[in-house]
Write a protein that binds this ligand. Structure first.
Ligand SMILES: C[S@@+](CC[C@H](N)C(=O)[O-])C[C@H]1O[C@@H](n2cnc3c(N)ncnc32)[C@H](O)[C@@H]1O
Length: 229
């Protein structure tokens, strides 16, 4: 995501410092001990300006949501949103997703959200995609045995690539749709409208999703559970 440099970034970060965890590795394996009102831990990778995370957190007050975003200019907007909404169950880490093994213990996460990650065109840059093998190996380790990835994108090539990589690394896909906001409707029998995960995935749009959806772009989505070992 290319963003203009936000003016007053440092004072703005200071004003929502409660929402940004500077030394997140100190919480590794103990997130739910520190946030004792919560009984489940989920993370969104590349959360951008955090609309999805704040709205999902508001609907699930007993779940602790951690947003990981490497661009401080985006993360500060996300933290301000959470602070302004008075949310107690959202925190942010300003870092690369590669930090995952140092901030979450094996099997600590129940859900990993990946929403509209950068598609990184071309073979040479494919390993930077958040659904490429190196990252999937990290998710496999961090997810609980009943956990799952919930993935949304507007990019059909990235979606095809991701489905292929999930399969190659032994993940089991559950809900798979190439038109999330119409899936399960009268003209679609691939997914039951009663599937709660589908309902949850479309209930809250991300900032990017809202933009694409308003342009008539179809949104692809799927869930992927790690291999049981
Ligand atoms: C296209 S934006 C989507 C933002 C948001 N998820 C949404 O749907 O509105 C992708 C975001 O992922 C972040 N990002 C990309 N690669 C990342 C990485 N390896 N670690 C952390 N953040 C990353 C970018 O900085 C950007 O904010």
């Amino acid at each position: 995501m290319r963003m203009r440099r936000k003016p007053n970034l440092m004072p703005r970060l200071a004003n929502c410092s409660e929402y940004i965890i500077p030394a997140a590795d100190a919480h590794c394996g103990a997130w739910l001990e520190v946030f004792s009102d919560c009984n489940e831990l989920r993370a969104e990778l590349g959360c951008g300006k955090g609309r999805f995370l704040s709205e999902t957190a508001r609907a699930n007050p007993r779940v602790l949501f951690i947003g990981i975003e490497r661009v401080a200019d985006a993360a500060v907007v996300a933290a301000e949103r959470a602070r302004d909404a008075g949310l107690r169950n959202v925190r942010f880490i300003i870092d690369d997703v590669a930090c995952l093994p140092t901030v979450f213990a094996p099997r600590e996460l129940s859900v990993i959200y990946i929403n509209f990650c950068d598609p990184w065109q071309g073979k040479k840059r494919a390993k930077r995609r958040l659904t490429s093998d190196g990252y999937l190996a990290l998710y496999k380790n961090a997810l609980s045995p009943n956990g799952e990835i919930r993935f949304k994108t507007d990019n059909t090539e990235l979606f095809d690539f991701s489905l292929e990589r999930f399969d190659a690394l032994g993940f089991t896909t559950g809900v798979v749709t190439r038109d999330l906001h119409r899936a399960g409707g009268d003209d679609d029998d691939t997914i039951s409208p009663a599937d709660t995960r589908l309902g949850e995935m479309r209930a809250v749009m991300t900032d990017y999703e809202e933009k694409f959806y308003s342009q008539g772009v179809r949104i692809c989505a799927c869930t992927a559970a790690p291999p049981r070992e």
